[in-house]
Design a protein around this ligand. Structure first.
Ligand SMILES: [Zn+2]
Length: 257
């Protein structure tokens, strides 16, 4: 009797235990399925999650040249479509060929021409310092020409501004920039251009507008336009492969003012 009762208890307990175990297994499975579903849902959500902070960051991306503050080194003065010539900028004109340049570049520019001449490479200054009035005249002339070619006034101005800077926004106002020789795209094919690529920085000059930097400078390739930044900066810009816009931001990033 006792053994029968014990057996019955054992069987009943075993049954209860198996029911409990299988229920536990069911629960575990369900949890596993749920977590897989949650993971899947998260994977679906995650691209949105990544996009969100990007949208939030956008307004923080300020245009670095809006209210741009010039560096204290005058040879690094930045003048472009967004950044006007500083109001207190002074030019001390010196004649080179039939053009004027600022006194601060006169010596190195002349030395460069002389050094090149020793190798029978010839440079001449086609355009140097330009006042804002000069620039206005050049712009007006180009607009007028476009109008005569059948453009509406607005389109004529827009077209002209693609190649001619607004008065106050031309680097030629600084007296630190020169257009060389024929001021043509063919300049790139000349010995003079090759010579400049090799030696320009030794005299403090860099090609200001390069084809591969047009997206940053906003100006197409100008193989004839050179800008004086001083020997140290010219070599550093060459080493870093930076245009002036990139270089001034790079220096500011390093804490230089
Ligand atoms: Zn120029």
């Amino acid at each position: 009797m006792v053994t029968e009762w014990v057996a019955a208890v054992i069987i009943t307990s075993a049954l209860i235990l198996s029911v409990v175990l299988s229920y536990a297994g069911f629960l575990q499975n369900r949890r596993a399925i749920q977590s897989v579903e949650q993971a899947a849902a998260q994977v679906e959500k995650s691209p949105q999650k990544e996009e969100k902070p990007k949208e939030e960051e956008k307004p923080l991306e300020e245009d670095p040249f809006q209210n741009y503050e010039q560096l204290s080194d005058p040879f690094l003065v930045l003048v472009n479509a967004q950044v006007p010539l500083p109001e207190d900028w002074q030019v001390t004109p010196r004649m080179v060929d039939d053009e004027q340049v600022d006194l601060r570049i006169y010596e190195d520019l002349s030395a460069m021409y002389q050094e090149a001449a020793k190798e029978e490479v010839w440079f001449w200054t086609a355009s140097g310092y330009r006042s804002e009035e000069d620039q206005q005249i050049i712009l007006d002339r180009a607009v007028e020409e476009n109008v005569q070619n059948g453009m509406e006034k607005e389109e004529a101005l827009k077209t002209a501004l693609r190649t001619i800077a607004m008065p106050g926004h031309s680097e030629h106002h600084t007296g630190l920039a020169v257009d060389l020789n024929d001021v043509s795209d063919d300049f790139e094919e000349t010995e003079a251009y090759r010579w400049l690529k090799e030696h320009g920085a030794d005299f403090g000059f860099v090609q200001r507008y390069r084809a591969d930097k047009a997206g940053i400078t906003g100006i197409d390739n100008e193989s004839w336009h050179y800008r004086y930044v001083g020997k140290k900066h010219a070599k550093e810009m060459e080493r870093l492969d930076m245009c002036l816009e990139e270089y001034v931001l790079y220096l500011k990033d390093k804490g230089i003012t």
